[in-house]
Design a protein around this ligand. Structure first.
Ligand SMILES: Cc1cc2nc3c(=O)[nH]c(=O)nc-3n(C[C@H](O)[C@H](O)[C@H](O)COP(=O)(O)OP(=O)(O)OC[C@H]3O[C@@H](n4cnc5c(N)ncnc54)[C@H](O)[C@@H]3O)c2cc1C
Length: 329
C-alpha cells in the first residue's frame, strides 16, 4: 500500500527517533516513525532489572518527567517512561515494521519500502542506532547454542560455568550479575581493558568495578587475561592466555559482549558516504544540521559521533526545527 507524501519519515523508535517525533509534532510536520521492533527496542533488550549509567535528566523526554526509585533509573523505569511518552503524546509510531529499501525520487524526496507499506517522504531521518550487528569473535564454535551475543539475565546459569568475553561495561556488568547470582563466572578480558582506568576511554565504571573486585577477592569470579579465544566446544573454551600458554576451561555458557555495529545497508543504498571512526564506522554528515551528503537525508543517535541517550535526545531537538524551516521555504 502506498501512502501520501510525508514531510518526514523517521526510521527507528529509540530515544533519537522518539525525540525527533516529538519535535516534529511540535513543528506541525506530517511525520511517521517506523520501528522494526518495539518502542525503545534497544532498551527493551538491556539486561532485566539493570540500573542504567545515566541520571534522569540525561534520559527523560521532558524535564522532571522520569521518575525513578533510586538516583538512576532501572531498565523497566526507563522503558516505561518512553512507552508512556509515546502514548500520552499520541506520537505516530508504527512498531514491528522494518524499513527494507530506500530510493531517491525524481520529484525530490525519497521512497521507502517497509515490511508493510511503501512511503514517500520529503525528508528522511535515520535514527537506527548501532545495535543491529553484535560483533563476533570469528572462532570455531561461535554458532553453538550455548554462545550468546547478548546478556539478558543470570538465572538460567546458577551453579553453571559461565564465561563472559569482553572488556567494556556490558561485559563487566554481565559478569557481575552472573557472579552475584551463583554462576561459576569467568571474565575473559584483555589486560589493557582491565587496567584502563580512564573514563574518557570507556574504562569499566567504578560502581561496576568495585563489586567485581570484591567478587574476585571472595573467589566468586575468576579473571582471565587472554590474547585470543581459539575454539569454543560443547563442554569447554580453549584460550591462549596473555603469557602465551593455552588452557582449556570447562564451560556451559559463553557471552561474547564485544560491542555492536550499525547496519549501513540502507544508508549506502541511498548514496550516503560512510567513513571509519575508531573501531567502527559513521555516516558523513554536517555537524550542525546532521544532514548527510544526500540532500534531505539526515542522521541522529548512537551511530553518529553524538552517542549515548543524552545526545540521541538532544540532537533531534536541534535539527528538526532546521528541517521544518527548510520544508516551509
Ligand atoms: C546494555 C547496554 C547498556 C547501555 N546503557 C546506557 C546508559 O546507561 N546510558 C546511556 O546513555 N546509554 C546507554 N547505552 C547506549 C544507549 O542504549 C544508546 O545510546 C541509545 O539507545 C541510542 O539511542 P538511538 O535512538 O540512537 O538508538 P537505539 O535506541 O538503538 O534505537 C534505534 C532503533 O532503530 C530501530 N531500527 C534499526 N533499523 C531499523 C530499520 N531498518 N527499520 C526500522 N527500525 C529500525 C531499532 O530496532 C531500534 O529500536 C547502553 C547500551 C547497551 C547495549
Amino acid at each position: 500500500m502506498s501512502k501520501g507524501l510525508l514531510d518526514l519519515l523517521i526510521i527507528g523508535a529509540g530515544p533519537a527517533g522518539l525525540s525527533a517525533a516529538d519535535a516534529a509534532a511540535r513543528e506541525g510536520l506530517d511525520y511517521l516513525v517506523i520501528e522494526k521492533g518495539l518502542i525503545a527496542d534497544t532498551i527493551f533488550h538491556y539486561p532485566v532489572g539493570r540500573t542504567v549509567f545515566s541520571t534522569p535528566n540525561e534520559l527523560e523526554m521532558r524535564e522532571g518527567s522520569l521518575e525513578s526509585c533510586r538516583e538512576k533509573p532501572t531498565r523497566e523505569e526507563l522503558l516505561s517512561h518512553y512507552v508512556r511518552f509515546v502514548l500520552e503524546r499520541e506520537l505516530r509510531v508504527n512498531t514491528e515494521e522494518e524499513a527494507q529499501s530506500i530510493e531517491r525520487i525524481s520529484s525530490g524526496g525519497f521512497r521507502v519500502l517497509t515490511t508493510r507499506a511503501e512511503y514517500t517522504a520529503s525528508r528522511v531521518l535515520f535514527a537506527i542506532g548501532a545495535m543491529q550487528h553484535p560483533r563476533r569473535l570469528g572462532v570455531p564454535g561461535e554458532d553453538l547454542m550455548k554462545v550468546r551475543h547478548r546478556f539478558i539475565e543470570p538465572y538460567p546459569y546458577v551453579r553453571r560455568d559461565a564465561m563472559v568475553i569482553g572488556g567494556g561495561n556490558s561485559a563487566a556488568e554481565a559478569a557481575l550479575f552472573l557472579a552475584e547470582e551463583g554462576a561459576r563466572t569467568t571474565l575473559t578480558i584483555w589486560r589493557a581493558d582491565w587496567e584502563n582506568r580512564d573514563p574518557k576511554k570507556n574504562s569499566i565504571k567504578h560502581w561496576v568495578r568495585t563489586p567485581l573486585e570484591a567478587h574476585i577477592e571472595q573467589g566468586h569470579l575468576r579473571l582471565v587475561f587472554f590474547q585470543e579465544i581459539e575454539e569454543i566446544t560443547e563442554r569447554s573454551v580453549r584460550i591462549k592466555l596473555d603469557d602465551g600458554e593455552t588452557v582449556e576451561l570447562p564451560n556451559d555458557a559463553v557471552f561474547v559482549l564485544i560491542g555492536s555495529d550499525a547496519d549501513f545497508t540502507l544508508l549506502r543504498q541511498a548514496g550516503v558516504l560512510i567513513e571509519p571512526s575508531g573501531l567502527t564506522q559513521v555516516p558523513v554528515y554536517d555537524p550542525e544540521t546532521f544532514e548527510t551528503n544526500v540532500p534531505g537525508l539526515y542522521v541522529a543517535g548512537h551511530f553518529t559521533h553524538a552517542r549515548h541517550i543524552k545526545e540521541a535526545i538532544a540532537v533531534p531537538r536541534r535539527i528538526i526545527p532546521i528541517i521544518a524551516a527548510g520544508l516551509k521555504r
